[in-house]
Design a protein around this ligand. Structure first.
Ligand SMILES: C/C=C/C(=O)SCCNC(=O)CCNC(=O)[C@H](O)C(C)(C)COP(=O)(O)OP(=O)(O)OC[C@H]1O[C@@H](n2cnc3c(N)ncnc32)[C@H](O)[C@@H]1OP(=O)(O)O
Length: 254
């Protein structure tokens, strides 16, 4: 199972479990998460949701081979369904991030309510390096939380940054020693579980509700560009270069 899910003490845990491919996410894995998130919405026993990976890696982002074989074509595709679910979740989302969090591995965090990172965490959104553009409404949310210049640096250059920098940007609540990360995130989720569910729900909705339409509209715009760019030769060059373990050559594209 490339995604492990478990429900315990009011917490649904969703764990990336594909270590041999650095927890790269396939369409099937998104679908598993969509199903689990939908189930959690209607299960009153679930009062918080925790995303986690492995101590070595959170997620290498979308599986690039899967992107080439099963290009997501519209808002019905599992990846965009997943983004819809996390951006509309009524229950609190907590993330525990250790190791690399690439692409959607970073942008999904912008829809989490509490984000904790191990000191070995490394974040990156290398969309331009892949000939793509941002997703998950990160082109809207990152400038809001980090300020335009810092967001531009991360989204235009796509370079990796540390957990400390992520915390200083407002993307991460707290940085912890790696060995303390999961227990701390679980304890924070347990606090949410113990609080009145209606208060948590209404508080989250009040904080997020005003922006839902804008987030939806931006995601739709991003999806349109992203789909077209996935089919373009720049992305083909970038993906092929990744698997050939060489630098991509974008000089022939204008
Ligand atoms: C809508 C969403 C969009 C997005 O999320 S766009 C972002 C897409 N993701 C990426 O571009 C990240 C690509 N991966 C990497 O940059 C690196 O990996 C890491 C920095 C995450 C880790 O580097 P290292 O520790 O050196 O591992 P390794 O040798 O590169 O990878 C081990 C195995 O994992 C496969 N793999 C890693 N990431 C992906 C991926 N994203 N899609 C498909 N396969 C991936 C490799 O190919 C290889 O496999 P083999 O052992 O068979 O050679």
């Amino acid at each position: 199972m490339d995604i492990l899910t478990s429900k315990e003490n009011g917490i649904l845990t969703i764990e990336f479990n594909r270590l041999e491919k650095k927890n790269a996410i396939t369409a099937a894995m998104y679908q598993t998460m969509v199903d689990a998130l939908k189930d959690a919405e209607s299960d009153s026993a679930v009062r918080a949701i925790l995303f986690t990976g492995k101590p070595q890696i959170f997620s290498a982002g979308n599986d690039l081979e899967d992107f080439m074989k099963n290009r997501p074509t519209g808002s019905d595709s599992p990846v965009f369904q997943f983004l819809w679910q996390i951006s509309h979740a009524s229950k609190p989302l907590v993330a525990a991030v250790a190791g690399a969090a690439v692409g959607i591995g970073t942008t999904l965090l912008m829809h989490c309510d509490l984000v904790y990172a191990a000191d070995n965490a490394r974040f990156s959104m290398p969309f331009t390096q892949l000939g793509l553009c941002p997703e998950a409404a990160s082109s809207l949310i990152l400038p809001q939380i980090a300020g335009y210049q810092r967001a531009a640096e991360k989204l235009l250059l796509g370079e990796a940054f540390t957990a400390e920098e992520a915390a200083s940007m407002g993307l991460v609540n707290k940085v912890l020693p790696a060995e303390e990360l999961l227990a701390f995130a679980q304890a924070q989720a347990a606090k949410l579980v113990a609080l009145p569910a209606a208060s948590i729900r209404v508080t989250k909705r009040l904080m997020k509700g005003g922006q839902t339409a804008e987030v939806e509209a931006r995601m739709a715009q991003e999806i349109e560009h992203f789909g077209a760019m996935l089919a373009a030769p720049e992305a083909a060059e970038a993906f092929t270069a990744f698997f050939e373990r060489r630098k991509p050559d974008f000089s022939k594209f204008c």
